[in-house]
Design a protein around this ligand. Structure first.
Ligand SMILES: Nc1ncnc2c1ncn2[C@@H]1O[C@H](COP(=O)(O)OS(=O)(=O)O)[C@@H](OP(=O)(O)O)[C@H]1O
Length: 418
């Protein structure tokens, strides 16, 4: 009896908390809907205040050093951008302070990647990096290693070296490097850095011959680095990016990036849109002849859509390289769809292209319930190395598909297959 009464009271308490939670969620949702309506955004009333979400203690502290007067002088979107840039610079300075001694003493601190996964975003770059990292000769990054375009180019270069050094010196990496040394085999260093980052890196090195002269391993870097691009259907790519941005914002409110700056962030309108509404609202503005309409779209959103215009980007990057060899003759384009259906073929192609010893075959992959493959690795504690499950797809309306296909075809997505 006692037991039963206890259960009833526990259930009552539980219901109370659920009711409080549901009420607060509803309030939150009503608030965000009212403040983020696209109509307001298009009338330019969107950027009213700057109620940032929690930036995390460290960043909140750094934010105190930022010039608050700029808030009055700049539009909210521009203020957000400048604040973000400021925070990135400050964080880089802090991180580099610890890295200075390694720069003095360890040649590995000047190791740039010989294999760079340059994109395309949302086409399976993480799976490619993770799977290919099982090759015994490959020392791989465990996340993105962005080359951040900071205010000071020396700081940007050191910050990049620092993020790579962290990867190369992880216990797993050190073990592999050591083993390859003992077996007289070369190690290949692989990182995931966007093409724009590689362009900045190249131009930095070109303007600093003294660094190249001092470090032998950097001298031939530009001639030897291999830029690996994996492409996929741009419509599904955009859908994946869209889904990711919405989740990102909801999932990591403490993690500051362009997408999580709060209810007035340039990306915030996405929070209340379905994919079809997103495309229906912004794509016509982007393709509008009247360029004043285009300026109403936040830069970040334009980038999301442009990221799938592969041919357009390819031409742009190729034209920015002073030595196109880095990009044109030293790279490989892979198929993102094959990575999903026959990952071993992609791995074998890459392995052959890079002239590494043979390692991959179909036996190394196991199909998971959701259709994606995992890598079998008997040497690891966890025998199966899998990517996290996909968040699934919802269907895209045929009109939306058509609008996007017309857009991407016009931007020459399919002209770059070499
Ligand atoms: N195992 C496996 N094999 C092949 N492809 C896979 C695998 N796992 C994930 N994916 C696909 O990768 C998509 C995410 O792409 P990226 O890793 O390039 O995203 S990111 O740019 O780094 O955020 C991801 O997109 P979503 O399905 O939208 O999550 C998948 O389409």
């Amino acid at each position: 009896m006692n037991m039963r009464r206890l259960r009833v009271s526990e259930i009552c308490i539980l219901f109370f908390f659920i009711a409080v939670y549901a009420f607060s969620r509803e309030k939150e949702q009503r608030f965000s809907y009212e403040t983020r309506k696209i109509a307001e955004f298009l009338n330019d009333e969107f950027y009213e205040s700057n109620d940032f979400v929690d930036l995390g203690n460290k960043r909140n502290k750094l934010k105190e050093k930022f010039d608050e007067n700029l808030k009055e002088q700049l539009s909210d979107a521009e203020y957000e951008r400048q604040l973000l840039q400021f925070l990135k610079n400050e964080e880089a300075k802090e991180a580099i302070a610890e890295f200075e001694s390694s720069l003095q003493s360890d040649e590995l601190a000047y190791q740039l990647p010989n294999i760079v996964i340059t994109g395309a975003k949302k086409c399976g770059t993480k799976a490619l990096q993770r799977f290919f990292g099982h090759h015994p000769q490959v020392i791989r990054g465990f996340a993105e290693s962005p080359f951040q375009n900071l205010d000071d180019s020396d700081l940007a270069f050191r910050n990049y070296l620092k993020s790579l050094y962290r990867i190369w010196t992880m216990p797993e990496s050190k073990k592999k490097i050591e083993k390859n040394r003992n077996d007289s085999k070369a190690s290949f260093f692989m990182a995931k850095t966007g093409m724009s980052g590689i362009v900045w890196l190249q131009s930095y090195l070109e303007s600093h011959p003294e660094i190249l002269n001092k470090h032998e391993n950097l001298q031939n870097w530009m001639n030897n680095v291999q830029c690996i691009t994996i492409l996929c259907d741009p419509v599904h790519r955009l859908f994946s990016d869209f889904k990711h941005m919405k989740d990102d914002k909801a999932g990591h409110l403490g993690h500051l990036n362009k997408k999580t700056l709060g209810s007035n962030s340039a990306m915030m309108p996405l929070a209340d849109l379905t994919f079809d509404d997103f495309v229906g609202t912004y794509l016509p503005l982007l393709t509008e002849n009247d360029s004043s309409e285009k300026f109403k779209i936040p830069r970040e959103m334009t980038t999301v859509m442009a990221n799938g215009a592969f041919g357009f980007l390819y031409k742009y990057y190729a034209s920015t390289f002073s030595d196109p060899k880095l990009f044109k003759n030293s790279g490989l384009i892979l198929d993102g769809n094959s990575l999903k259906t026959k990952p071993w073929e992609v791995m074998m192609k890459l392995e052959k292209f890079l002239k590494l010893e043979k390692f991959f075959d179909a036996e190394k992959f196991v199909k998971r319930e959701d259709g994606y493959y995992c890598v079998r690795d008997e040497t690891a504690e966890n025998e199966m190395d899998c990517m996290p499950s996909s968040k699934g797809r919802t269907s895209i309306r045929p009109e939306t598909q058509k609008m996007l296909r017309d857009f991407y075809e016009e931007k020459h997505i399919f002209t770059i297959i070499i």
